[in-house]
Write a protein that binds this ligand. Structure first.
Ligand code: ATP
Length: 890
């Protein structure tokens, strides 16, 4: 017999089987034991590579294979030293690669931890929040709108619960769920009394007993099917990979040329073969992809320090190219510290004056009016937030706007708890950003009372009467228009407006948002974040357009935009959500108007999505902020989806590429700056590595074609690549960027890492270095040693050391020519100095330490030859700097 599935079981039986109790949940101790037994609640979508596998992988590249062949040939010809040295190079190379990958992985794991979600469970009878990994079968889960479901669970109590299960079933319409037992064999999509990991709550709330965690959830089963699949490479990694492949091909062609030239000159073919192979390996920047990954991971860690958690590696690259930011207003541009500022009731307008001790002064006639009392009633009752005193600190739970209302009600002398107990809430029509209204039904003695609050125009529409001197009076003809005009005036002063209404009824079934009695309006003040103005200025300089998209009143939106400097026009155009046609019906003129507008107000989540689509169609790389469940599609569609760490729902956080821990707009700008810096850094070390390798190739190719009696040895080239290339390249990868980074236009998304102009520069760099290296030998030979026949070994050493020093100096050429040499970001990068110090130390050791001297074929050089070597290497730096200042290279 097939074991019965949880959906077919009675909850009492299921709880017994899982050794839990729906009301109390597990005890902490039981949960601990179960965690040990079942393991952490995590999906291993990609297998964590073991340390051994990671190490082994370092030896699996075609490069290493070529080196092994070279070592084999050396041993075959009994060149023991050479063979051993090549093997040592293979091992050192692999260790560096391993270290870098290990480090990058560790950074990524640390970031994943930062982005991990927490879940609400009932344990020991208390509702607690715990990291999602620690949820175990038997736990009692509590979920509400906006929450991700973190484990599979059987519902036993639900309130108007709707769940979006598209992630699992592909069905995009939310499914209504309840606790009824199901019978027979029910397919996944119809198991309406179950919650599944990876899906999310769009409405209502529920309690459920966890039946499966981690890989034994339905999501885990799917994940295990695709587990073998490779993790997709980021676009940047792909670009780099293609790039490396191209380079290998070019190098192979060059090697063949050098090989043929060697044979034609009568050298022993095996000798030529061996050195050609080693040369091929040496001329390619092997570490490129891993240095890039490390630079990205490092950048992500740096962003985390600035309150930005980037969840996808690819996002870092996109960030650098972002040219439009669509931001909401409340909390991102403003402080989200909302306080009541103005009261507007039929008898007039009055400002709320707060005394330093927090008390409010309200004119007597206002305080006595029925309208005012009803507004304060609604502020307490039509409100889902809570203020709790715990250990002498006030804990705020809920929407800042509603918290602002509660605080106001307290200062106006109300006892929230008492009032809520006196008028218990029976039903609620929750606030949505589409309806812009919230209403609640309360028991009031033997009858009921409805309180509603919301956007002025919406609530006026739902009201038939207005409360005048304690009596509901039907609205006269143009009275609503007068209210709209008056409130428009308040909004243009930057106040957030909230209208209030009520009605009394004898029926519990009464429709909540119909035939209401309008009582008045509160103007709330949400001060702009002071630091945002500067960030907006930075965006302007960086060629990034900022668009405000808000659910708030157009006049409020414009006022905040003016205060922050987002616009400087008193009458800046604001597009109202109602003016925005369906996307399919937009004509060219509408589209142009949308694209010109910088402030959008009363916008619905669907319109946000449309705007992103239109911007993307017009070649924009869009960053979009959002916090609600309904924002998820727009966040997902944007090139960079941005969610809020403090006020964002879990769903918004889950679908976003980036989470702002402090909710501030400024953090977006910091992230974009970091994105640009990272891309610049990658460009820097790719340019550095390529020009170094190209110079080696040029030197070897020229001396072999030139038919002189000396050349660079393969081991020397490997030494150069391992010492003078990798460390400075790594250091370049963590450069902090210069002030100009946010003063240039965003990069085009399709732009390659290295464009044609950069290629030309790389070629020029390599040519200058080659010229100086060859000139050093030439000068030593014809000027200093003149008559003597110069030894091949000395010539080789001059070549070798001039090349080493040139490449070390070359790091400084990677700084932007637009800033002074000594002020450049490279000079100020302490890691560059560390790298140069270590490299110099190794070169020094190689010069004086006998075993190294032997392997690297080094002899003691005279002081003049050393000076020539250092002098010409320095000349290469000077020449390139001159070319840079003349704008002949970039
Ligand atoms: P943003 O979109 O920038 O976050 P917002 O918070 O003002 O701005 P919404 O949350 O969509 O946007 O709110 C739109 C309007 O709905 C507000 O201007 C206000 O009048 C009303 N409103 C906001 N919160 C509530 C609430 N909790 N209850 C009732 N009405 C509300």
């Amino acid at each position: 017999m097939i074991a019965q599935q949880p959906y077919a079981k009675d909850i009492a039986l299921l709880s017994k089987e899982l050794h839990t109790e729906p009301q109390r949940g597990l005890t902490g101790e039981e949960a601990e034991k179960l965690l040990e037994q079942h393991g952490q609640n995590a999906i291993q979508s990609e297998k964590q590579k073991s340390i051994g596998a990671m190490l082994l992988q370092q030896f699996m590249s075609p490069m290493v294979l070529l080196l092994v062949v070279a070592a084999g040939l050396s041993f075959f010809f009994q060149e023991w030293l050479n063979g051993t040295a090549i093997l040592a190079v293979i091992v050192i190379n692999a260790l560096i690669g391993f270290y870098m990958e290990f480090h990058a992985n560790r950074s990524m794991n640390a970031l994943r931890q930062l982005a991990s979600l927490s879940g609400k469970v009932i344990r020991d009878g208390n509702l607690q929040e715990i990291p999602s990994e620690f949820i175990v079968p038997g736990d009692v889960l509590f979920v509400e709108a906006g929450d991700m479901i973190l484990a599979d669970a059987r519902i036993f109590q639900s309130m108007q619960l709707e769940v979006d299960e598209a992630a699992l079933t592909g069905e995009s319409i939310p499914v209504t769920k309840d606790e009824a037992v199901l019978e027979g064999d029910v397919p996944l999509a119809d198991r309406v009394n179950m919650l599944f990991k990876g899906t999310y709550v769009t409405k209502g709330n529920a309690k459920a007993v966890v039946t499966g965690t981690g890989m034994s959830t339905e999501l885990g089963k799917i994940a295990s099917l695709v587990q073998g699949a490779e993790q997709a490479a980021t676009p940047l990694e792909k670009k780099l990979e293609q790039f490396s492949k191209k380079l290998i091909r070019i190098t192979l062609v060059l090697v063949v040329v050098i090989f043929i030239a060697g044979i034609l000159q009568g050298a022993a073919w095996l000798d030529v073969l061996e050195s050609s192979i080693a040369l091929a390996v040496a001329a390619i920047p092997e570490g490129l992809p891993i240095v890039a990954t490390l630079a990205l991971a490092q950048g992500m860690l740096r962003m985390a320090k600035h309150n930005v958690v980037v969840k996808k590696l690819a996002a870092v690259e996109t960030l650098g190219g972002t040219n439009v930011i669509c931001t909401d207003k409340t909390g991102t541009l403003t402080q989200n510290k909302i306080a009541v500022n103005t009261i507007l009731i039929p008898s007039g307008k009055s400002e709320v004056v707060y005394s330093p001790d927090g008390a409010v002064a309200i004119p007597e006639e206002v305080r006595k009016s029925e309208n005012y009392q009803k507004i304060v009633d609604a502020s307490v009752l039509c409100n889902t937030a809570n203020l709790e005193m715990r250990e002498d600190t006030l804990r705020e739970v809920g929407d800042p706007l509603e918290i602002g209302l509660l605080k106001y009600a307290i200062t106006a002398g109300r006892d929230i708890q008492q009032e809520r107990e006196r008028f218990p809430k029976i039903r609620e029509a929750a606030f949505t950003s589409e309806a812009k209204i919230m209403a609640t039904l309360h028991k009031s003695g033997d009858t009921y009372v409805v309180f509603a609050k919301g956007a002025v125009e919406e609530l006026l529409q739902k009201s038939t009467h207005i409360l005048l001197e304690g009596q509901p009076v039907a609205f006269s003809d143009n009275e609503k228009d007068i209210w709209l005009e008056q409130t428009e005036q308040l909004a243009s002063e930057g106040l957030k407006l909230l209208a209030f209404a009520y009605k009394e009824t004898s029926s519990i079934e009464e429709e909540l948002t119909r035939d209401l009695i309008f009582t008045g309006v509160l103007g709330l003040l949400d001060p702009p974040r002071t630091e945002v103005s500067q960030a907006l200025e930075e965006c302007k300089l960086a060629g990034i357009k900022v668009i405000m998209i808000t659910g708030d009143h157009p006049a409020t939106a414009r006022n905040i935009a003016l205060k922050l400097g987002l616009t400087d026009k008193e009458q800046a155009p604001v597009m109202h959500g109602k003016e925005m046609k369906d996307f399919a019906k937009l004509n060219d003129q509408d589209k142009r108007q949308w694209l010109r507008t910088q402030i959008f107000a009363r916008v619905t989540p669907k319109q946000k999505l449309d705007l992103v689509t239109l911007l993307q169609e017009n070649n924009c790389i869009v960053g979009m902020t959002g916090d609600g469940v309904n924002d998820a599609p727009a966040i997902k569609k944007a090139d960079i989806g941005i969610s809020m760490g403090i006020r964002g729902t879990q769903v918004a956080q889950e679908v976003s590429d980036m989470v702002l821990k402090d909710d501030s707009f400024t953090s977006i700008v910091v992230a974009i700056k970091q994105g640009r810096i990272i891309f610049e850094n990658i460009k820097k070390f790719v340019t550095f590595l390529l020009s170094c390798n190209l110079s080696e190739l040029m030197v070897v190719a020229i001396v072999s074609v030139w038919n002189v009696h000396f050349s660079l040895l393969p081991l020397q080239i490997l030494f150069i690549n391992l010492v003078t290339d990798v460390l400075p390249a790594l250091a370049l990868g963590v450069t902090k960027g210069n002030d100009l980074i946010m003063k240039s236009k965003p990069r085009k998304p399709e732009a390659p890492i290295i464009d044609n102009q950069q290629w030309r520069s790389i070629f020029m760099y390599a040519a200058v270095i080659t010229l100086c290296v060859l000139a050093a030998v030439f000068v030593s030979h014809y000027w200093y040693h003149r008559t003597e026949v110069l030894q091949a070994k000395l010539c080789n050493n001059i070549l070798f050391f001039t090349l080493v020093f040139s490449q070390l100096w070359h790091v400084f050429n990677m700084a932007s020519a637009k800033v002074g040499f000594f002020k450049s970001e490279v000079i100020r990068n302490k890691y560059v100095w560390y790298a140069l110090f270590i490299c110099s130390l190794v070169v020094f050791t190689a010069y004086f330490f006998q075993p190294f001297r032997e392997v690297l074929y080094i002899q003691t050089m005279g002081i003049v030859d050393l000076a020539i070597s250092i002098g010409f290497s320095f000349l290469s730096l000077v020449m390139i700097q001159v070319l840079k200042r003349m704008r002949l290279v970039v």
